[in-house]
Design a protein. Structure first.
Length: 151
């Protein structure tokens, strides 16, 4: 993480399995992608609604994280950054198997960012990819094989 930061590489950290992370590590993270459970465990505060998500995300920003993308299942993703927060709703789908949805989100996000998409467009792409991934059983077999812009 230190090397990536020093070289100007965007760092994305999925904190699963969740544990509290030292501030020195959080300060190296450009984009943190916890789910609601991980978000609560990282700070030690309950997360029951959108306001709680925003409050806990703000606490992580104070720890030095660049921004937080809280993945919230069927509700979508809450992007929390120093300049404010924004919700990216998930498309309505019939969920068959949610295993791997977070991994799909993170992979799609990294792929879209590396392809040059703006952060907002990359988040939208990743939300759609993760939503698609829950419509079929299995983790990897359900991942869409698309490039940014095709979802």
């Amino acid at each position: 993480m230190r090397l990536a930061k020093r070289e100007g590489v965007t760092t994305i950290l999925d904190p699963a399995p969740c544990r509290r992370l030292a501030k020195r590590i959080l300060q190296l993270v450009d984009i943190l992608t916890p789910n609601e459970t991980e978000l609560a465990e990282m700070i030690g505060l309950p997360v029951k609604n959108k306001r709680d998500i925003e409050r806990v995300g703000e606490a992580l920003l104070q720890s030095g994280v660049g921004e937080v993308l809280a993945t919230c299942g069927g509700r979508g993703v809450c992007r929390l950054a120093k300049r404010g927060q924004q919700w990216f709703p998930a498309p309505r789908v019939r969920a068959v198997d949610t295993v791997g949805a977070g991994d799909c989100f993170n992979g799609a996000l990294a792929s879209a960012l590396s392809a040059g998409l703006a952060v907002e467009a990359a988040i939208r792409f990743a939300v759609k990819a993760a939503a698609h991934s829950v419509t079929r059983p299995g983790a990897q077999p359900s991942f869409p094989h698309l490039i940014p812009g095709e979802v």
